[in-house]
Design a binder for this molecule. Structure first.
Ligand SMILES: *Cc1c(COP(=O)(O)O)cnc(C)c1O
Length: 425
């Protein structure tokens, strides 16, 4: 399997090169040149088996045994499907070290990079823009790995205190930069650095945002695993997936999973009021905007980076996209209401991002089962839970440990030259 750019189907890149480059040389995003199909994935019994069936379709430059080890290391926590109410199921992808789904992609990427770098005896600098959860997932996935340094750019005052603790307190090869701007500023700075020949000169630079194809591909595994668990419950109807979305990496990986052969009926793209994609589906107009701050802040994205992949997947045919994806935008008020309502009815505590997915699922009129990707643990957002219900969620051990460590980060403005200076010194 080779990878091409969303902007150029001529240059064919290996997985290794796509992983290390992050962004295609023409500024586009890497996508698989073809979308393979195998019915074997519906028959997998364990998640490791499923992971290997899926990843070996896309990655041919890592030997089978090493690939199995990488998948095993990346998915070293359970991803259970939990029945919530009639026809509603939660796929809990938040039992990893930083209690959010991004652990899966981050850990897979870290493991594949460590594999290649150790074989090639090279050093690599990773740049990450984050609106919350990416930073902590990457920090934990890469911490203490040899041959790797990581710079994390996050918007000052726009991530939760716990998220900040999780990404700024590890030290060592993890460097946190607190940007006096928005997430979009962080993303712009990273893109600019990756395309800057002065920085590229003499050093290997890459990113670990959801734009890296190595983050996207393993996410197919849990979407598929959700559908398989549903079948193991004895439910034969194909599920609808409701996916809380920001940069749309999670949704795109789910589309890839369906195209590989897993049985999925339809997709709900659930956003907060940063409704760029739902608006696009409604109006045919893609209109990026400055991101607006909400309670589900890991989804506060005004210019979703994976939109190019979404378009490429449908060959720019919006009608095909509309047939497969329903866009739904949920306000903060509805999010709070959903957290409250679900808790009072079922005792289940939703985090604000998952609540957006559940609220969107409830709006979708169907008698079919809906699987909502539960993207984060509620304990990561105690302020929101407090606001919704006036209770404090129990804090898992991983979070308690992060809280006790001191913050180590450098504050900087949104000037590219400032970032460049820091990176070069
Ligand atoms: C990143 C994130 C999302 C959005 O995922 P995308 O792949 O960017 O669409 C949703 N929920 C949580 C908790 C996240 O951290």
């Amino acid at each position: 399997m080779k990878f091409i750019s969303t902007r150029n189907a001529v240059i064919h890149t290996s997985f290794h090169d796509a992983l290390l480059l992050g962004l295609a040389p023409d500024g586009g995003l890497f996508i698989p040149e073809t979308f393979p199909h195998t019915n074997a994935i519906n028959e997998a019994i364990t998640i490791s088996e499923l992971g290997h069936i899926i990843m070996s379709q896309y990655i041919n430059d890592i030997p089978e045994l090493s690939l199995k080890k990488i998948i095993h290391a990346a998915l070293n926590f359970p991803i259970p499907l939990i029945p919530l109410e009639k026809n509603l199921y939660l796929l809990e992808v938040f039992h990893g070290p930083t209690l959010a789904f991004k652990d899966v992609g981050a850990r897979f990427m870290a493991q594949t990079l460590a594999y290649f770098l150790s074989h090639e005896k090279k050093h690599l600098t990773i740049m990450v823009a984050t609106s919350g959860d990416t930073g902590s997932a990457i920090a934990h996935a890469f911490h203490d790995l040899p041959n790797l340094d990581v710079f994390i750019l996050y918007p000052s005052g726009k991530v939760s205190m716990l998220q900040e603790k999780q990404m700024t307190t590890l030290g060592g090869n993890i460097h946190a930069l607190e940007i006096e701007g928005t997430f979009d500023d962080c993303q712009r700075l990273v893109k600019q650095a990756l395309l800057d020949p002065d920085l590229r000169n003499g050093r290997l630079l890459s990113t670990a945002n959801s734009i890296n194809i190595s983050r996207l591909l393993p996410q197919m595994i849990y979407h598929s695993w959700g559908a398989i668990q549903l079948k193991q419950f004895g439910i034969t109807e194909q599920p609808i997936l409701s996916i809380p979305s920001g940069n749309f990496g999670n949704l795109v990986s789910a589309l890839y999973a369906k195209s590989l052969g897993i049985n999925i009926e339809h997709f709900i793209a659930a956003t907060n009021i940063n409704a760029i994609v739902p608006d696009y589906l409604k109006t045919d107009v893609f209109k990026p905007m400055p991101s607006r701050h909400t309670l589900s802040n890991a989804m506060d994205v005004g210019n979703p980076s994976n939109f190019e992949r979404l378009l490429a997947f449908y060959d720019n045919k919006i009608d095909n996209m509309r047939q497969a994806i329903t866009g739904t935008s949920i306000t903060d008020e509805q999010t709070l209401h959903e957290i409250r309502d679900t808790y009072q009815r079922t005792g289940y505590l939703l985090d604000p991002h998952t609540a957006v997915g559940v609220a969107a699922a409830r709006q979708y009129a169907t008698t079919k089962p809906i699987i909502i990707t539960a993207t984060a643990h509620p304990a990561k957002f105690p302020e929101v839970i407090q606001q919704a219900l006036d209770i404090t969620p129990d804090m898992p051990e991983q979070l308690k440990a992060a809280l006790e460590r001191p913050k180590q980060s450098k504050k900087m403005n949104t000037d590219y030259e400032t970032l460049k200076y820091i990176l070069l010194h």
